[in-house]
Design a protein around this ligand. Structure first.
Ligand code: C2O
Ligand code: CU
Ligand code: CU
Length: 496
């Protein structure tokens, strides 16, 4: 079967998404886009505030495109949130006040803390109230991500702007001398695709949106469309968070330059890895070092988005299909304009940190999870899959009152996870894991390091260490395509 672009788009429109086009900015604002300086979220350093921070969840208006106002949500502002920097060993109190007219939560994605502090769906913050968790920071330096996790409405709240970075630092990391001047040579970069019409943010809805996740025609970096970053002419550290609801980025530079991958979600790698591209799925973070000492402008690009459910046909994965629908070329994510070389040496440390490795002893407990998306095309078109679009794990859609798994604290287990119909970023709260195998073979390069989120379609085996108590409340595991999560592709576990 081969669909023309026209019939395909019509088909998509019929099931309610409208036509969305992955690339051009002119489509989003009805004119050529002006480059805008990259916005840098404010930095709240916990030690500078006696380890007591506050976040106000609020609604407001934001000019994401100049001169065009969008209704948005933010923390301590109208869109996105400040970067919180905390130090290993500290206990940090964070007062979160909800000024919205609906419940929200704040989840500290990647933080290893007891479940009742985790900010999942079991810790709702009602309108007009304040939640004050004290977070024990006990894990190594890393780039984490905070965002809402309210039952059934995570996707919409994140989409409208609730997301921020949580950076952990420690002495070991500081001793490495990595670039760490916030906003100068250490840049927070929240990548999000969003749908704009005439320069205003719109909220895509409908069955197709549930199936494929909310996507958009414009890539924002820290809320900036068509962003340009001025950077020093030396080694610069970039901390990426994929804060999209569903979009996977496949990042590289337009001059093909090599860069250095230094940290996964769990923090620094044992040694830096030279790469020319990196895949970043929703919920994932990476840190890289890029050498701008040649002073030449360069653009960070992404390959086209191809992660659609197989119902869009087996041609969904072919180059022709991608080229026909999305254009053959890459899309610019962020342009860099380096200053002239400032003479500071740009040395990439080879060794970063030592890690102890978990071993997979043969006696280890194994659990299997299949991320389900209904019954395929026939089932979907026949409407035979219930209100959630058939989203579930092991055939069971998420239920607040049902504990799916019980784990012993201190145990290491193998979780074997498979995704139906497309790639799903699978995330587990309160743990870090290593990828042991992918599709029965070795993990791919990008699977390296300690992680809390991993892209899954073909089966992966994860070696998971459970160290945190989930006694008063459960931890979640779910797909980080937020519309999948909201519609039931989530489960919960307790530890004891
Ligand atoms: Cu970033 Cu349960 O999520
Ligand atoms: Cu999480
Ligand atoms: Cu999914």
């Amino acid at each position: 079967m081969r669909l023309s672009r026209r019939s395909l788009l019509t088909g998509v429109a019929l099931v309610g998404v409208g036509t969305f086009v992955a690339r051009p900015l002119w489509n989003a604002i009805g004119g050529a886009a002006e480059p805008q300086p990259l916005r840098i979220p404010a930095l709240l350093d916990a030690r500078g505030q006696r380890n007591s921070l506050s976040l106000q969840v609020q609604a407001g208006n934001t000019e994401l495109f100049p001169g065009r106002t969008s209704r948005t949500l933010g923390y301590n502002g109208s869109h996105l949130g400040p970067t919180l920097r905390v130090h290993r060993g500290d206990d940090v109190e964070i007062a979160v006040t909800n000024t919205l007219k609906e419940d929200t939560t704040v989840h500290w994605h990647g933080l290893l803390i007891p479940a009742e502090l985790d900010g999942g769906p079991h810790q709702p913050i009602q309108p007009g109230t304040t939640w004050r968790p004290t977070l024990p920071i006990r894990q190594p330096a890393a780039t984490l991500f905070y965002h809402p996790h309210v039952h059934g409405r995570t996707g919409e709240q994140v989409y409208r702007g609730l997301a921020g970075l949580l950076i952990i630092t420690d002495d070991e990391e500081q001793a490495l001398g990595l670039p760490s001047e916030y906003g100068v040579d250490d840049l927070p970069l929240v990548l999000q695709d969003r749908q704009f019409e005439d320069g205003r943010l719109v909220l895509p809805e409908g069955m197709m949106v549930t199936m494929q996740g909310r996507r958009g025609n414009t890539t924002l970096v820290n809320g900036t469309p068509d962003a340009v970053a001025r950077v020093p002419g030396r080694l610069v550290r970039l901390r990426f968070v994929n804060g999209s609801n569903a979009r996977i980025f496949d990042l590289s530079f337009d001059d093909g330059r090599v860069f250095h991958w230094i940290a996964s979600e769990g923090g620094l790698l044992e040694a830096s890895v030279e790469v020319r591209s990196l895949t970043l799925a929703p919920g994932e973070r990476v840190e890289i070092l890029v050498d701008f000492s040649d002073g030449r402008p360069v653009a960070l690009e992404t390959a086209p988005d191809t992660n659609f459910p197989m119902m869009m046909g087996p041609m969904g994965r072919t180059r022709n299909f991608v080229a026909e629908i999305f254009g053959a070329g890459n899309e610019t994510v962020l342009r860099f304009e380096p200053a002239a070389n400032d003479g500071k040496p740009s040395v990439v440390p080879g060794r970063l940190i030592a890690r102890d490795r978990a071993d997979a002893s043969p006696a280890i407990k194994r659990r299997r999870f299949v991320l389900n998306m209904g019954m395929g095309m026939g089932g979907m078109m026949g409407g035979g899959m219930g209100s959630g679009g058939g989203m579930s794990i092991n055939g069971r859609p998420f239920e607040m009152a049902r504990i799916d798994e019980r784990v012993q604290i201190g145990d290491t287990e193998i979780w074997e996870v498979t995704g139906e119909m497309m790639s799903h970023p699978f995330h587990i709260h309160g743990v870090q894991f290593e990828v042991l195998s992918r599709n029965g073979g070795q993990p791919v390069a990008r699977d390296a390091g300690l992680r809390d989120t991993v892209l899954v379609q073909e089966p992966v085996e994860l070696l998971v260490r459970f160290t945190q108590p989930a006694v008063k409340a459960p931890f979640m595991y779910h797909c980080h395509i937020l519309e999948h999560e909201d519609n039931g592709m989530m489960g919960q576990f307790m530890t004891s």
